[in-house]
Design a protein. Structure first.
Length: 322
């Protein structure tokens, strides 16, 4: 069975449902998922679940359907840019896919695909993380080559907080006087709503803005493990029934904290940039799943940050100073 970030229940039922619809026999064998097929065949089915559409399941089924016999129609498909990017990649390989970016995707199966050279689009969540890092320090910097067209909800929410934002093509300038920043209310939702993957980073920023803010998490109700770690740094955050209430403070203090998942890691680094004293973020192997050399990029912006690691150390840490 799959693992991944500790952000609550993450069922793979929609993945398995899709494979079964394509003609796969699924069994569980001592904690392993066993999938067997005599050949995938196109089908028409709905892939949405109680929490909305699944990006991972949509991607899995689209990939499988490209080489299935016949035509597959997926209703309730995720509409995130990640799905559109994958479909663009597969189409360049020769796949016949219609409707990417909509709730219904049609795939005409082929016998084979061709190899290509492809440049992957910039990551909207990494770009959004740097927006919060610049804002929380009261900095003035430009995030270059950001996928601005896919970041509307993130950009609009940070503007609502009084942070200065200037757009120039795919570049985003972030600036402003921290004294003028305002609390806000956030609710996560599937694209184009506010992304759950930006929730933790915004919580770190809001924790330093006096006044009361709220974050309602509608995708993963238990995705608030970073709140306790931020509280170790002096934040005042209460969590109950999928709602975090944040009473902003003037200053966070450095502390040793533990990363529970990928975005929580980023949030703790963001908080450490503005905290008084030294913050040590443990278990940063989580952060490496979604950010390439984040400490080097932040040092390029003037941060005092370094990776603490030994050749034999199983659990490296990142040290962040105000």
């Amino acid at each position: 069975m799959p693992g991944g970030c500790a952000i609550g229940t993450r069922p793979i039922d929609l993945h398995l449902k899709g494979f079964e619809e394509l003609g796969t026999r699924i069994t569980l064998d001592f904690g392993n998922v066993v999938a067997e097929t005599d050949g995938l065949k196109g089908s028409e089915f709905n892939l949405s679940g109680a929490a909305g559409s699944s990006v991972g399941a949509t991607c899995n089924i689209v990939m499988a359907a490209t080489l299935a016999e016949g035509t597959t129609v997926v209703h309730g498909a995720a509409q995130e840019p990640d799905v559109v990017e994958l479909c663009r990649f597969l189409i360049q390989m020769g796949a016949q896919i219609e409707g990417s970016g909509s709730a219904t995707i049609r795939i005409h199966g082929l016998k084979s695909l061709k190899g290509i050279t492809y440049r992957v689009a910039a990551d909207r969540i990494e770009a959004g993380t740097f927006l919060t890092a610049i804002a929380i320090t009261g900095g003035d910097a430009i995030v270059e080559n950001a996928p601005v067209e896919h970041m509307d909800s993130t950009i609009e929410k940070i503007k609502e907080m009084g942070v200065g934002i200037e757009l120039s093509g795919n570049n985003i300038r972030v600036f402003g006087d921290r004294a003028s920043f305002k609390p806000t209310n956030i609710q996560t939702w599937t694209y184009p709503g506010f992304p759950t993957d930006m929730q933790a980073q915004f919580m770190a920023l809001l924790a330093t803005i006096p006044g009361t803010s709220t974050i309602r998490e509608t995708i993963y109700a238990d995705r608030f493990m970073h709140a306790a770690e931020l509280n170790r740094m002096g934040a005042q955050i209460r969590v109950a029934s999928g709602l975090a209430t944040i009473d902003g403070v003037n200053r966070l203090g450095g502390a040793p904290v533990m990363a529970s998942d990928l975005r929580a890691s980023a949030a703790l680094v963001v908080a450490g940039l503005a905290a008084e004293g030294t913050t040590i973020v443990n278990r940063v192997y989580h952060i490496d799943r979604g950010y390439e050399s984040i400490e080097k990029k932040l040092r390029g912006l003037g941060a005092r940050i370094s990776r603490i690691s030994e050749a034999t150390e199983a659990f490296p840490s990142i040290q962040v100073e105000e």
